[in-house]
Each structure stands twice: as structure tokens, then as C-alpha cells.
Design a protein around this ligand. Structure first.
Ligand SMILES: CC(C)(COP(=O)(O)OP(=O)(O)OC[C@H]1O[C@@H](n2cnc3c(N)ncnc32)[C@H](O)[C@@H]1OP(=O)(O)O)[C@@H](O)C(=O)NCCC(=O)NCCS
Length: 207
């Protein structure tokens, strides 16, 4: 699917998209009432049919991050970013910050999550030894709390299993409580911590 960044959301999901997201959650919850995990999973997958992931180039990833930086910066009371960025210094800090991020992600596979043709989330993964390292995972502010974070983790688990890897690994800032809740609820456990961040891992089911 060809994606045009010109048509990317300005993060005001219209009524139509809100309806789609609501129905996604409704069917997902119906799925949860089932007794079998397999049935539940099939229902969730069925409900998620409006969502898809697309592998994107470094350039698209960089442009999206730069374009949407302000929306991400203001969300979660700024707790999703490593450091506070004074407004005046935004051009001087943000461009080098994301450029360096792309260098760090050089070998990673970058993905957008699309709701129809709108970008509602993104993440990057990199296989390293027996681990799948997750980075730059985020959902656009207007689409949060609709299960897209879980959808991305489901997709990442599937990729890790297909690659025959043992575990998923990521780092999350200690101050970023919403993301920690998502990961812990999903089954990640703390492996170690540094001054500002936690290293979390989740073992994949086939191991
Ligand atoms: C963290 C983030 C990815 C979650 O995405 P999401 O699509 O809103 O997550 P989901 O809807 O799948 O949430 C799944 C569960 O995670 C937990 N959770 C997610 N966001 C939460 C929040 N703001 N507060 C409390 N719990 C939260 C809840 O338990 C939630 O389940 P529930 O909605 O049934 O209560 C999103 O808030 C985000 O993009 N934050 C900014 C970027 C970021 O912090 N990325 C992580 C970097 S390590």
C-alpha cells in the first residue's frame, strides 16, 4: 500500500474513524467473552482487520517523527521524552535528536500502523541475538486507549515468533507510567534498571 505523508492524519480523527475504532473495541470485547483463548484471539484478529502494519523507509519514519513531534511531546505530560525541550530550542534539538535516533535504528525495521490509510501508530524492531529489540513505539494521541498499543505488541510477538526468537526487550522511562502499565499488563517483566529507565523483557510463547 502506497502511503502518502501528505494524507497522514493531523491527529484529529474524524467521526468516521472514531466509529471504526469504537467498533473495533466493541468486537474485541465481545471476543473477550469467549471461553477459548484461540477463539478469543481469532475474534480479536478479526476485529483488528481495519488495522494493518506497513514497513516503512528510514526517510518516511524520520519525516513522520519530525512532522508529528509536537503532538507526541505534549502528550503524557511530556513523560514519553527523555528530556524537557524548551520551545525556543526545538529546531536545534529535535532535528539532531531524530537524526541520531535514525542512526541508532539503522538496522531496525520500521513500521507504521494504519487505520485505513491513516497512520495511528509506529514502532521499530531489531533482531539481536535471541532477542527482538523494540523501540520508538507510540500511538498518536487521539487514537490512544483503543487497543492499538496491544495490537502493535501482538504484531511484534508474531514477528519474534516467526524469526524464532526467544524474547522481546525494550526500555521505558521510569516516569512514563502509562507505557509501563501497557507493558506490564502485556506480560513484560523488569530485567534491570538504570537511573532513568527500566529494561523490560517478555518471553515469547514458543520458548
Ligand atoms: C503507551 C502507549 C503506546 C499506549 O498505547 P495505547 O494504544 O493507548 O494502549 P492500549 O489502548 O493498547 O492500552 C492497553 C492497556 O495499557 C494500559 N494503558 C495504556 N495507556 C494508559 C494510560 N494512559 N494510563 C493508564 N494505563 C494505560 C491500560 O491497562 C490499557 O488497557 P485498558 O485501556 O483496557 O485499561 C501510548 O500511550 C503512547 O503512545 N504514549 C506515548 C509514547 C510512549 O510513551 N511510548 C512508549 C515508549 S517506551
Amino acid at each position: 500500500m502506497e502511503l502518502s505523508l501528505r494524507n497522514a492524519p493531523r491527529h484529529k480523527l474524524g467521526l468516521e474513524e472514531e466509529t471504526q475504532i469504537t467498533s473495533l473495541v466493541r468486537v474485541k470485547n465481545e471476543g473477550k467473552e469467549g471461553t477459548s483463548t484461540l477463539t478469543e484471539r481469532a475474534n480479536v484478529n478479526n476485529a483488528s482487520r481495519r488495522l494493518m502494519i506497513e514497513r516503512v523507509t528510514l526517510r518516511k519514519h524520520l519525516v513522520f517523527n519530525l512532522y508529528e513531534f509536537n503532538a507526541f511531546r505534549k502528550s503524557e505530560q511530556g513523560n514519553a521524552f527523555e528530556f524537557p525541550i524548551p520551545r525556543i530550542s526545538v529546531p536545534f534539538v529535535v532535528v539532531p535528536y531524530f537524526a541520531v535516533l535514525e542512526v541508532i535504528l539503522f538496522r531496525a525495521r520500521r513500521y507504521f500502523v494504519l487505520l485505513d490509510n491513516r497512520i495511528v501508530g509506529l514502532f521499530a524492531v531489531e533482531p539481536r541475538n535471541s532477542l527482538l529489540i523494540i523501540s520508538n513505539l507510540a500511538v498518536v494521541p487521539e487514537a490512544r486507549r483503543h487497543g492499538i498499543g496491544v495490537y502493535m505488541l501482538d504484531q511484534i510477538c508474531r514477528m519474534g515468533a516467526e524469526l524464532g526468537l526467544k524474547s522481546l526487550r525494550l526500555r521505558v522511562l521510569k516516569k512514563n507510567r502509562p507505557a509501563q502499565r501497557l507493558y506490564v499488563k502485556y506480560g513484560f517483566v523488569k530485567k534491570s534498571e538504570s537511573q532513568f529507565s527500566l529494561k523490560l523483557e517478555k518471553r515469547l510463547r514458543n520458548h
